[in-house]
Ligand binder design. Structure first.
Ligand code: SGN
Ligand code: CA
Length: 530
C-alpha cells in the first residue's frame, strides 16, 4: 500500500510494505521523480523494441533497455498529430479545442493550468530542456533551457532564466546539448525535493541533420520499402490525393535530401526552402561543414551522374531520407543511454519514473509519405515506454492511451488528485498491470491545421481496438475542392488501411456504432467544427 501526504512544500511518500527489509524501505521512501523524454517526430517504426523491419537494421539498444525495464505501450496515440497541439495536450491534459492550440501557430489559452504549475505548487522542482515549441513562455518551471521555436540541429540557440530570456548560440549538436542541460538541471537540483524534468529533443524533425560522427552510418544498408510505398489511394477520399507531403513530389533535392551540388543548377533555383538550406550551412562550424562535404559530396556526385528518374529516383530519395532520419535516431538513442547511465550512477533509478515518447508519429514512406497530420496509424500512433520503479518490467500494454493522459498520470504519481476539468486519465493503474474495467474503448482525434504546409484537410474521427472512422471536412478554396467524406477501416483485416469500407453494406452496423460514438464525442466535448 502506498500513500502520499504533504508537509509544507514537500511531498513525502509513505510506503507500507509488510514484507520488505529496512534498506528497501528507505529507498522507497524517497519521493518519486518524473522524467518525460519526448522526441520530435520519432516513429514507432524506428524504435527497435517495437520490432518493425526498419528498426531491425537501425536498432535502438538504449531505448530497448528502457523498454526491457518498463512497459511498452502498443496502442499509444495523440489527439492532434502536430507538434504544438500535441505539447498543449501534454501540458494541460485537455483536447485541442479546450486548450486552444488547434494549429501550429498562435492559439494556446494561457488561462489553462499546466501540470508543471500544479507539481511546482506541490513542492516539485520542475525543468524543461530542448524543444518547448509552445506559443507561450514556459509556465510552472523552476528551470528552462529551451530552443527558439523549432530549434536547430547544429550550434542551436537556447534561452534560459540565466540568459535573461535572450537566445544564446551554443556550439555542438542539439541532441547532445539538450542532454547536457538535462544533466545540468539534475546536478544542480535541490536534492531534498522531488523533481519533474521534461527532456524534449529536436531530433528527428525535418530536415533530418545527423550528428557529424554518424554521417556515414548505415550508408551501405538498403532499407526495405514499406508495403504501401506505391499506394494509389484508390479507395480513399480526396484528402489523400491532395496532400503535399509525399516523397516523390514534395521532398526537395537540396533542403531535404542535401544534394548541395545541385545548388548551382538552374532547374533547382525555385525549389522550396533554398534559403533555409543556405542558412543551415552557414550555421555550421568549418569542421562540421568539412565533415558534411566529405561525407555527402562523393555520394551526391555519383547520384547526379546516374541521372535517375521515375521510380528509381523515388527509391533513391527514400534511401537518403531514411538513412538521415535513423542517423538522427542513433544520437537520440545514445543520449537516452547517457541519461540512463547518469541516473544509475546517481542512484536515481529506484525513485524516478522515466517516460519516452514522441510528439506524434511519422511516415517512413508508408503511402509514399513523410510528415504526419493524418489520423492513419503511422502518424496517429506514437512510441511510448514507461519505466516505473518496481513495476511492470519487460511488460506490454494494449490499452488505448492518448497524450491527454500524461498530465493526470504525473499528478497521480505525485499523489495529487486530478482536477475535474482534465479530460485525460492516469496511466498508473495500467502500470500496475491492471486495465480497469471502465477503461476507454474509443479514442477521439481531431486535426485542424489547414490550409497550411503539407495541405492535409481537416478531419476528426474515432478509433476503437479494431475499427477507425474518419470524417474529412472543409470548404472549397483556391487550391482544393470542398470536402465532406468518410473513411472506415478494419485495422485487423487491413492494418495498412488500404481498403476504405465506408458505404459497404456488410459494415453498416459497425459504421453506425462508430458514427454514434463520434456524434457523442462531438456533443459531449462541444466540438464546434466538423
Ligand atoms: C515545419 C516543417 C514541416 C512540418 C512542420 C510541423 N518544414 O514547418 O515539414 O510539418 O514544421 O512540424 S521545415 O522545412 O521547416 O522543416 S512539427 O513537428 O513542429 O509539428
Ligand atoms: Ca513533431
Amino acid at each position: 500500500m502506498e500513500k502520499l501526504f504533504q508537509t509544507g512544500a514537500l511531498i513525502v511518500p509513505i510506503v507500507l510494505f509488510s514484507a520488505c527489509n529496512a534498506k528497501q524501505k528507505v529507498a522507497e521512501q524517497k519521493p518519486l521523480n518524473i522524467i518525460h523524454i519526448m522526441t520530435d517526430d520519432h516513429s514507432y517504426q524506428t524504435l527497435s523494441a517495437y520490432g518493425h523491419p526498419l528498426s531491425k537494421l537501425a536498432p535502438t539498444p538504449n531505448l530497448d533497455r528502457l523498454a526491457a525495464q518498463g512497459m511498452l505501450f502498443r496502442q499509444a496515440f495523440v489527439e492532434n498529430s502536430l507538434s504544438t497541439p500535441s505539447r498543449a495536450c501534454l501540458m494541460t491534459g485537455l483536447y485541442s479545442h479546450q486548450n486552444g492550440q488547434r494549429q501550429l501557430g498562435e492559439g494556446i489559452d494561457t488561462t489553462k493550468t499546466f501540470f508543471s504549475e500544479i507539481l511546482k505548487e506541490h513542492g516539485y522542482q520542475t525543468g524543461v530542456v530542448g524543444k518547448w515549441h509552445m506559443q507561450c513562455e514556459p509556465k510552472g518551471f523552476d528551470y528552462y533551457h529551451i530552443f527558439d521555436d523549432q530549434g536547430d540541429y547544429y550550434n542551436p540557440e537556447f534561452k534560459s532564466k540565466e540568459s535573461g530570456g535572450k537566445y544564446i548560440r551554443e556550439e555542438g549538436y542539439a541532441t547532445t546539448l539538450t542532454t547536457d542541460h538535462a544533466i545540468e538541471f539534475l546536478d544542480h537540483r535541490d536534492k531534498e525535493k522531488p523533481f519533474c524534468l521534461l527532456v524534449h529533443h529536436k531530433a528527428p524533425h525535418r530536415n533530418w541533420l545527423p550528428e557529424t560522427k554518424y554521417l556515414n552510418l548505415y550508408e551501405d544498408v538498403e532499407f526495405p520499402y514499406p508495403d504501401t510505398f506505391y499506394d494509389d489511394y484508390a479507395t480513399r477520399s480526396e484528402a489523400a490525393h491532395t496532400q503535399d507531403m509525399n516523397i516523390r513530389n514534395t521532398m526537395t533535392m537540396i533542403y531535404d535530401l542535401k544534394v548541395d551540388e545541385l545548388s548551382g543548377n538552374k532547374a533547382y533555383d525555385n525549389e522550396p526552402w533554398r534559403d533555409s538550406w543556405e542558412a543551415l550551412k552557414a550555421r555550421m562550424t568549418p569542421e562540421q561543414f568539412k565533415a558534411w562535404t566529405e561525407a555527402y559530396k562523393p555520394r551526391n556526385e555519383k547520384f547526379i551522374d546516374q541521372h535517375l528518374t521515375g521510380d528509381e529516383l523515388l527509391k533513391w530519395k527514400y534511401q537518403r531520407y531514411i538513412k538521415d532520419y535513423v542517423r538522427c535516431i542513433k544520437s537520440v538513442d545514445d543520449q537516452v543511454g547517457r541519461l540512463l547511465d547518469y541516473l544509475e550512477k546517481e542512484g536515481l533509478m529506484d525513485n524516478t519514473v522515466i517516460v519516452y515518447t514522441s510528439d506524434q508519429g511519422f511516415y517512413m514512406g508508408e503511402h509514399g509519405w513523410f510528415d504526419k497530420r493524418f489520423m492513419y496509424e503511422e502518424s496517429f500512433h506514437t512510441p511510448l515506454l514507461i519505466r516505473y520503479p518496481g513495476k511492470a518490467a519487460g511488460s506490454e500494454c494494449k490499452a488505448l492511451v492518448q497524450n491527454i493522459d500524461y498530465a493526470p498520470t504525473y499528478l497521480d504519481i505525485a499523489g495529487i488528485e486530478k482536477p475535474e476539468y482534465m479530460e485525460g486519465t492516469s496511466l498508473v493503474p495500467l502500470l500496475n498491470g491492471e486495465t480497469p474495467k471502465e477503461w476507454r474503448k474509443y479514442l477521439y482525434y481531431h486535426y485542424y491545421d489547414y490550409p497550411a504546409v503539407h495541405y492535409v484537410r481537416r478531419h476528426d474521427g474515432v478509433r476503437d481496438e479494431r475499427y477507425k472512422l474518419i470524417h474529412f471536412y472543409g470548404e472549397k478554396n483556391k487550391r482544393d475542392a470542398a470536402i465532406n467524406s468518410n473513411e472506415l477501416y478494419d485495422l485487423q483485416a487491413d492494418p495498412n488501411e488500404l481498403h476504405n469500407l465506408y458505404g459497404d453494406p456488410a459494415y453498416q452496423e459497425i459504421t453506425d456504432r462508430l458514427q454514434k460514438k463520434l456524434d457523442e464525442y462531438r456533443t459531449n466535448l462541444k466540438i464546434d467544427e466538423y
